[in-house]
Design a binder for this molecule. Structure first.
Ligand code: CUA
Length: 155
């Protein structure tokens, strides 16, 4: 089979680039222990419901229009199911799962987390405009996956 010289150069470039990228990724993951950016804390998934703060999930006010929201993802629901905050509120979400992998996506924001048992995922968002934001599980987690949602009311 004849492969054109330019095509061979291009293929070599592609393979070399792939090897470099995988090398960088592998080195970072193995030697520096790099994990997805939102996964900063670990938790025993079998004891989530008895481990603070997830034994008492909900919204905590931590400053002037600043909140922390602890939301437990447990098939097929988020607890709490609804939160209500004033416009302009800065909310840091902490979420974890006690069973399987779930998604944590808030419509019209950049909050989109993977909720993995054993890890606490976090994201911060400032809700500038009033309205209702939908919190959706966007990882298929079971037969009732499509019922797994919540609402964030911005007053
Ligand atoms: Cu939880 Cu889909």
């Amino acid at each position: 089979m004849h492969v054109h010289r330019l095509e061979r150069i291009w293929m070599t470039f592609g393979i070399v680039a792939l090897v470099i990228f995988l090398g960088v990724l592998g080195t970072a993951a193995i030697s520096e222990g790099i994990v997805p950016p939102s996964h900063i804390q670990t938790i025993d998934p079998t004891k989530v419901v008895t481990t603070p703060p997830f034994n008492n999930p909900g919204l905590r006010k931590i400053g002037e229009n600043e909140y922390e929201a602890y939301i437990l993802a447990q098939y097929p629901a988020f607890t709490p199911h609804e939160i209500s905050i004033p416009a302009g509120a800065k909310v840091t979400f902490f979420t974890t799962s006690s069973d399987v992998v779930h998604g944590f996506f808030i419509t019209n924001t950049d909050v989109n987390l993977m909720v993995v048992p054993g890890w606490v995922s976090t994201a911060t968002h400032v809700f500038r405009s009033p309205g209702q934001y939908l919190l959706l599980c966007n990882e298929y987690c079971g037969r009732e996956h499509h019922y797994m949602y919540g609402t964030i009311e911005v007053r």
